[in-house]
Each structure stands twice: as C-alpha cells, then as structure tokens.
Design a protein around this ligand. Sequence first.
Ligand SMILES: Nc1ncnc2c1ncn2[C@@H]1O[C@H](COP(=O)(O)OP(=O)(O)OP(=O)(O)O)[C@@H](O)[C@H]1O
Ligand SMILES: [Mg+2]
Length: 338
Amino acid sequence: MDIAIDLGTCRTRIFIKGRGVVLDEPSVIAYNTVTHEIIAAGQDAHEMIGRTPPYINAVFPLANGVISKAALVEDMVNIFMSRVCQKRLMMPRVAACIPGEITEVEQHAVVNALSSCGVRRVCLIEAAKAAAMGSDLPFNSPHGSLVVNAGGGTTDIAVISLGGIAACKTLKIGGNLMDEEIVKLVRHKHSLLVGTVSAEKCKISIGTLLQPNEEKECTLKGRHILKNLPQTVKITSSGIRNAILPIAEQIAKSILSVLEVTPPELLSDIQSDGLTLCGGLANLPGFDALIEQHTELKVTVPENPDLRVIEGCGIATQYLDGVSKYYGENVMPLKVAH
Ligand SMILES: Nc1ncnc2c1ncn2[C@@H]1O[C@H](COP(=O)(O)OP(=O)(O)OP(=O)(O)O)[C@@H](O)[C@H]1O
Ligand SMILES: [Mg+2]
C-alpha cells in the first residue's frame, strides 16, 4: 500500500493510492500532563485548545512546518494512520512532503516520526514540487513554473523546471502569524486578551486584503486585561486587513526576491504563465490581487488550493517504485530517506 502524507503546521492530510485524500484534520494532539496518556488527536483535540484544565495540554506539535515536539508528532501520526488504514500489517510505503529549506536534522525528524508507525519506506518531496504536481503544472518539461504554497506556518516560493527546483525560498511565516497579529491588535486596541483559535475564525469569516466596500464585523470574546473580566468586542474587516497586510506584503516581496535569482529563460516562461498560488492562505480574499500588484504577474488560484500539496504528494507515490531503481534525486521528484 502506498500513502502520501502532508504533515502541515495547521493540518495533517493523508492520501491513499486508489482512494484519494482520506484524512484532513488539524495537526493537534491533547494529552494528560500527569499520566502522559493521549486524550484526543485532530479535530477533537483542536476543539480543546484554550479550554483545558491544567492537567490537559492540547498543542500543535509542529511549528513553522517542522517537528517541534517529536514524541507527540509520532503519537498523532500513529492515531491518524490507524484511522485510515485498518490493515496495519501491510507496512505501507510513504511519500511525505517537507518545506523546501529545512535542515537534515529536521528531515530526519519527519522520517523518524513516520517510521515509528511501521512504514516500510519513507521518501520525501518538497511541498512546492508537490504543489506543482497537484496543480497540473508542466512538471518534468524544461519549462519554468512559479509556485507559491502559503500555509499556516510556512510559505514556500519555488521555480520548478525539469522536475527540480531552479530557485526557491522558504519563509517561516503564514496564516498563523496573521492570527497572532489579530490577537495583538485586539489587545492594543481593546485591552482584550483573546486566543489565536478565535482570531483565526474571524480571519476566515471576514478577513480580506481588499479594501472592503461594506464593512463586515466579527465578535471576539476574551478577558479584559485591566478589569480581569470576560468581555466582547467587535472587529471589522478593515481592522483585520490592517493587521494582516504587512505579512501578506512580506510574502509578495519575497516572490520578487526569488524572481531576482531565477535564470532568464525560465523568467520568460513565468512572465507568460504567471504564478500559481496554493495553500490554505490562497483562500484569503485579495491575496492573489495583492501579489499581482507587487509582481505584475498573473496569479492563478486552483480549486481547493489547500489540497494541491497532498494531491501532488499522492501523484508522487507513483515514483516510489522508481526510487529503488535509480536512487537519484535528480531523476526522481522523491528523495530517498529510509
Ligand atoms: N478562507 C480562508 N481565509 C483566510 N485564511 C485561510 C482560509 N482558509 C484557510 N486559511 C488559513 O490557511 C492556513 C492553513 O493553510 P494550510 O492548510 O495550507 O497550512 P499547513 O499545510 O497546515 O501549514 P504549513 O504548510 O505552513 O506547514 C491557516 O492559517 C488558515 O487560517
Ligand atoms: Mg502545508
């Protein structure tokens, strides 16, 4: 059995060959801090964030696309795998995606976490390559494609040609930082302490990078810092826009810095095709327009942009056989890791 896994900062997605995407859940695990017993993983654990008694901890065990709490990631992946493959004796082969610029130690952490689930072989693929494959871009041809995968904790910007990466940059910023900026805004403007989960809900429901024609509002509940009492405030779409705009602009400017080091032949392809914007943040209204404004390139957002990486990683499982034959990163989109 061949499986693809996208261990994202915000969400974990699993693809099984022949079945498609079979799991898409928050990358969250909840455990008892005294007995270390695992209480929940995924959506159930996400609902506990900020609502737990002192002896329960509900955490995101990945930060900025890399594993920050290895043992918890192993437990979380084990739970997810047992949810989607009943026949655990089959020892699947796995294609797992990773951010473009991560250290070998960080790559090993991914391989170790997956190996602990009894998989036969783990191969790695950079998220931007997977996003290109999952977006039907010309992957193996000598044609330059610019892909931006903007997620929760990382943003990968890469120029793909001949199945490889010609230029790339991984930024440790994404939707999570936007949520933190909304939390800061509410604290400074209203002296109200709110959680990032509530801030994210507001960002998703009314967040926009466009100048809103009509102001939408979102209610946030939290604790007043001075009065120490529960309180409710309303924030507007313009308020959210002001908080998140600098992060979106930083991403747009970084695309320019990748273009600066892109070989001229590939640049001419990109000039005619534009760029493809994937990842959960591609759903943010006006993000595509903002990038168009900064780069003067046409921006295409594929359908379900947050699933492009896992779909591409799923397509990459077809190379799992070849990996053992050639053992070459340059020939295959997958890197042998295990
Ligand atoms: N409609 C939306 N509007 C604004 N932001 C959104 C929307 N949908 C999802 N997001 C944001 O996208 C981010 C999650 O994207 P994605 O699922 O691609 O991340 P990830 O793969 O888990 O993280 P990473 O790739 O950085 O490790 C979150 O910050 C989420 O709030
Ligand atoms: Mg991702």
